[in-house]
Design a protein around this ligand. Sequence first.
Ligand code: SF4
Length: 451
Amino acid sequence: MDSELYLGKLQQAGFTVVDTLEQADVALVNTCSFIQEAIDESVETVLDAVALKQQGKLKAVVVAGCLVQRFKDGLVKELPEVDGFVGVDGFGEIDAIVQQALNGEHHALIRRRPRLPHQGQPSRVALTPPHYAYLKVSEGCLKGCRFCVIPKIKGPLASRPIEDLVEEARRLIEERGVKELIVVGQDTSDYGVDLYGRPRIADLLQALGKIPGLGWIRLLYCHPKGVTRDIIEAIRDIPAVCKYLDLAIEHADDQVLARMNRGITQQGLRERVGMLRAEIPGMTLRTAVIVGFPGETEQAFAALLSFIREARFERLGAFRYSNEAGSAAFRDPDQITETLKARRYDELMSLQRQIAEEINRTLLGRVCEVMIDEQDPDDPNVFLGRTSADCPEVDGLVYVKSPSRLVPGQLVHTRIIDTYEYDLVAEPLMPNAECGVRPPRSVADEFRIPN
Ligand code: SF4
C-alpha cells in the first residue's frame, strides 16, 4: 500500500507511472527490512536497478521505505550509486526527491522519528487488481516482541481516524470498483488505542460493514492477546466481514512465548482459538509461526507441533528465526543453528501440508462462492479465484474450469470437483453463474452440501 501512496504523489506531481523498467527514466524501489530474507531481496532489487542505470537504461534510482529507515546513513554511504533516499514517511516529498535525482542532485530524507501514519486522503495508484485493495489502519506497534524490529523502524502505534478510513474505503469502492477490502496494520488488534484510549478495530469493522457495495472485508495481523469478545462478535455478526482471521501465534511453547515476550501462554492461545471456532461456525484461521527462536529446545519444538496438530489452522506460514540487529533477542547466547532451523521448518511444513490437505479433502463435492481474480495464463478455459476463506497473495487458489469467460471480481457459484494440498478445483454450477457481490457467509454455509 505504501508503494501506491508514493506513486499517487508522483502521478499528482505530473510524473507518468509506467509498467516496466524498460519504459522508465527513474526506478523507485520501495524496500522491506524486517528479516534478513527481505533485506537481501530489497538490496538485490536496488542493485539490479543500479546496474540498469550504469548501462544507461535508467536516468536515476531512488530507494524508499523500511530498509532506508532501518539502516539510515549507513545505507546511504554503502550505496553511492543511488540518487535519492526516503524513509518510511516520505510520501509527501517523494516528487521533490525524484525531481532532484533527475537533476543530478543526491538527497536523503530520513527522519529519526517517522511522521506516520499519512494524513487525510492522499492519492493512490492501484498496484492490486481493481477488485481488491488494502486498507492500512495504523502504523507502528505497542508490543515489544523480542524478535521484532518493526517498532524500532516504524515507531509506536499511530492509528488513522475511523472517519478517514471509511472515506478511503468509499473512494476505493467508487473510484476503483473494489469489492474486497483487506484491513492491515502492524497489529490491528490495538487499532485506536493511541487515538481513542481503547482498541476500536471492532467499531471500525462495523463502520466499514455499513458501506454499500463492499462484498468482503478481511481482517489481517491480529495479535492473539488482543482477540476480544467484540472482535469475535464483529467477525461473526457483520455480514460483509469474512469469517476469517489472520492470528499470528509465533510459537506455542510457554517458555519460548515468554522469551519472545508475546504476553500470552499456550493456554491463552488455546482459549482464543477455541472461542473463535466455537462462536463463529466455519471460521478459517490463518497463523504465522517462527521456528528456531534462541533457546528453542526439542521439547519446545515438540510442544509447537502438538499445538499445531490440535488447533488445525486452515492456513499457516512459517519462518526460520532471523536474528536481527537491534532486536531484543539479538544478543541471546543460545542461538539455533541454520541446519536445525531448516529441519524444524521442514517438519512443521510437512505437518501443515497434511492438515491442509485433509481439510481440503472434506470440501470435495461442496458448493461455494468463488471470487475470480484472473484468467489462468496457461489455459483460457481456467480462471483463478478464491473463496472468502482465502486471502489474496498468501492463501490457496480455486482453479475454476469454465468454457465461458469469467471476469475479475465476479462472484461465481461453483462445485468443488478436485482438491490439492492447498488449492481447489471447481466448476461453475451453471454457465456464467454469477452471484453478484454478496457478503460472505460462514464457510459452513459457503461449503454446503447441495440438495
Ligand atoms: S506485535 Fe507484530 S509488529 Fe508488534 S512487536 Fe510483535 S511481531 Fe512486531
